[in-house]
Design a binder for this molecule. Structure first.
Ligand code: ACO
Length: 436
């Protein structure tokens, strides 16, 4: 007998089915709630709401566990690479050699953008935030491939996937080049994904550019660690936009914007800015810990806390180790890392942080590595977007293929004025609304 939950309302009992996932998490299926009871659920921030069934990513925030398609993140960070992980997320399995070669070839060979796209950059101010530039340019791809925007044609979707994966690093690097007034280099298809990106970011036509292998490797691992995180804000945005049967380019463009905010993908930028502020203010860590704990102060310790992880974010452990390796190998001495370590040590012993289960999240250390790689602070969220791209694609694709595909349309509890009449302008001053 399938399990059910009984709901008693106004003397009547309703049985609601319980849905169970493969890792044991359970949900009450309330799909028929409104039609049978007239009630809707109320859950600001969707903290208790499951929006879909998904086979892509499993995370257990209480235990600090993260799997992509069943494979622990630690194994992927150690043994896989970003392109293989992208294939895994998008297509649901580790690729065989021929599949890997095919995917790799296309992800590399679509890396150039239409020459007209470069002219868009002239229209943006030099100090534009690169997230705004990237989202706009990604959205504009839909104008270049107008006859290939079907959301039900497998081949058209495959080409869009190749284009997005291949072009985002180029589009991202150009947003940086524009901001510093340097020429836009062409991608180099003989290089790996992250090496090519670093070369486009930092090379100039005047001299040869050597990509440090540790820099390419560190970036590759960071992209893997950011590649998916189930139904977070930006992924839910991509699914919601996709629920209108809107094309993949537009859905991803919306996802980039959703990621931009400081409570989500913008947090890595905020972490470095916060560390810099503390450093410039004399490095008084305790002062900022006190501010973070003061209920009358809006200051938060950026890079701490997570909606889902109430334990160590497993990605932050990998990143912390990686940060040590990168700084050592590149010979970078980073005072902000020392400050970060000091903050972490105090926070992990502080009752406020322990009681509220606030641990370092993925962004606490990623910024230190980006900084060591000379990536400018406002590009940090863009790095996150590059990593998250295959996750967004996988989630969008899974949803389009879902037998339960439906236009997303939450409801609300209206708390505004009840019906009232229109008041002409001349009668409005000091008027209480005229009601029926
Ligand atoms: N510093 C100080 N206090 C904090 C912090 C923090 N970083 N995070 C949460 N709290 C406190 C809140 O003030 C609140 O206290 P209260 O119960 O006394 O009011 C309590 O902990 C719960 O916080 P909420 O904001 O309700 O928890 P929520 O799950 O909504 O927040 C979030 C999660 C937004 C990530 C939050 O922890 C935060 O703002 N962190 C800093 C920003 C950050 O690092 N974001 C990156 C998240 S990871 C990612 O998106 C990839």
């Amino acid at each position: 007998m399938p399990e059910t939950v009984k709901l008693v309302y106004q003397g009547k009992t309703y049985e609601l089915p319980v849905v169970e996932g493969t890792m044991g998490e359970r949900a009450i299926d309330i799909g028929a709630l409104r039609s049978s009871t007239g009630l809707i659920t109320f859950d600001p921030g969707y903290v208790s709401t499951g929006s879909c069934k998904s086979r892509i990513t499993f995370l257990d925030g209480e235990r600090g566990v993260l799997y992509y398609r069943g494979i622990p993140i630690e194994q992927l960070a150690e043994k896989s690479n970003f392109i293989e992980t992208a294939f895994l997320l998008i297509y649901g399995r580790l690729p065989e050699k021929a599949e890997m070669d095919y995917f790799n070839y296309h992800v590399i060979h679509h890396s150039m953008v239409h020459e007209s796209i470069k002219k868009f950059y002239d229209g943006f101010p030099n100090n534009s935030h690169p997230m705004a530039v990237c989202s706009s340019v990604i959205g504009s791809l839909a104008t270049f491939y107008q006859d290939q925007l079907s959301v039900r044609d497998e081949r058209e979707i495959e080409i869009a996937i190749h284009r997005l994966m291949a072009k985002l690093p180029t589009i991202a690097a150009y947003s940086y080049k524009k901001s510093i007034g340097q020429p836009f280099p062409y991608p180099d298809n003989t290089m790996g994904y992250t090496s090519n990106f670093l070369k486009m970011m930092f090379s100039t036509p005047c001299e040869p550019y050597h990509v440090e292998p540790i820099a390419a490797k560190a970036l590759d691992i960071l992209l893997i660690l950011h590649a998916d995180h189930e139904q977070n804000c930006s992924t839910s945005t991509v699914r919601l936009v996709g629920s209108t049967m809107c094309n993949l380019y537009a859905s991803i463009s919306a996802g980039i914007y959703a990621l931009w905010g400081p409570l989500h993908g913008g947090a890595n930028q905020s972490v470095i800015e916060m560390l810099q502020t503390i450093y410039d203010d004399g490095g008084n860590v305790q002062k900022y810990m006190d501010k973070a704990k003061d209920p009358n102060d809006s200051f938060r310790l950026m890079g701490f806390g997570h909606r889902v992880y109430k334990n160590f974010d497993p990605r932050s452990k990998i990143i912390k180790k990686l940060a040590d390796e990168v700084l050592l190998e590149l010979g970078v001495r980073e005072p902000l890392l020392e400050l970060a370590l000091e903050l972490e040590e105090i926070a992990l012993k502080d009752s406020y942080f322990l009681e509220k289960k606030l641990y370092p999240n993925v962004d606490f250390y990623s910024g230190i590595i980006y900084k060591a790689l000379n990536i400018p602070v406002n590009m940090f969220p863009v790095m996150f977007a590059m990593g998250r791209l295959p996750g967004w694609i996988a989630q969008w694709k899974e949803f389009q293929e879902d037998p339960e595909f439906k236009l997303g349309r939450p409801r609300q509890i209206y708390i505004g004025d009840t019906r009232r009449n229109y008041v002409p302008m001349e009668k409005r001053k000091n008027q209480t609304p005229e009601r029926d």
